[in-house]
Ligand binder design. Structure first.
Ligand code: COA
Length: 179
């Protein structure tokens, strides 16, 4: 029903459209950070993706009407081969799909892919305190709140507390064994 695959040049227009949407950009990055990336920068980033890159972008797709429909994008950055850790970003760009469980399902698929393919020890992410839906989604996927960086997240509505969350391989394994 849900899959995650590497982003390609054909996905750039769609990702760019999502990033230009004010509401998506606000929740994804507080606003400016998401929409400030130009089409050419996105294209360059995706063209430059190699399997050994320290950052990679992926697409979230769902099975609909007999085909795969892209509804969001996710990524990792700061791949650290020594500590076996990454920081991830995750967004369902199609707003009509928010709040229907797709984000949770897709994030689980992404987390499985990261732990399995990249043999990670730890996955980290962050958001701002107001983004309750994202925090709930991350918790459902096993992420634990690890810290608060006070007023470290700039948004178009002012500075917000940055919530840092992490998922360890051992917890992911335990969760899978219990499923
Ligand atoms: C955050 C996001 C990935 C979550 O995906 P989703 O498909 O919308 O979320 P799900 O439906 O799987 O789960 C959302 C959960 O949050 C809950 N929720 C929704 N709004 C909420 C709110 N205001 N306060 C508390 N919980 C809320 C839902 O009830 C659901 O929990 P439940 O299953 O226990 O009822 C998606 O909404 C999104 O991409 N939003 C815009 C960009 C963004 O916020 N990206 C994250 C940046 S860090």
């Amino acid at each position: 029903m849900v899959r995650v695959r590497l982003a390609t040049e054909e996905d750039v227009s769609l990702i760019y459209r999502w990033r230009q949407d004010e509401e998506v950009a606000y929740w994804a990055s507080g606003g400016h950070g998401y929409s400030a990336v130009t089409y050419s920068q996105l294209l360059e980033r995706i063209r430059g993706q190699r399997s050994d890159s320290r950052s990679l972008m992926f697409m979230v797709e769902i099975r609909e009407d007999g085909g795969w429909k892209p509804i969001g994008a996710c990524s990792f950055r700061d791949f650290d081969a020594v500590s076996r850790s990454v920081i991830i970003g995750f967004t369902i760009g199609e707003k009509s799909y928010w709040g229907k469980g797709y984000g949770t399902r897709a994030l689980r698929v992404f987390v499985d892919l990261l732990f399995q393919r990249y043999n990670l020890h730890r996955i980290q992410l962050d958001t701002f305190d107001e983004n309750r839906r994202a925090i709930r989604c991350y918790k459902k996927c096993g992420f634990v709140r690890e810290g608060v960086l006070r007023k470290a997240f700039w948004t178009t509505h002012g500075y917000r507390d940055k919530i840092v969350m992490g998922l360890l391989r051992e917890d992911w394994e335990k969760n899978r064994a219990g499923q």
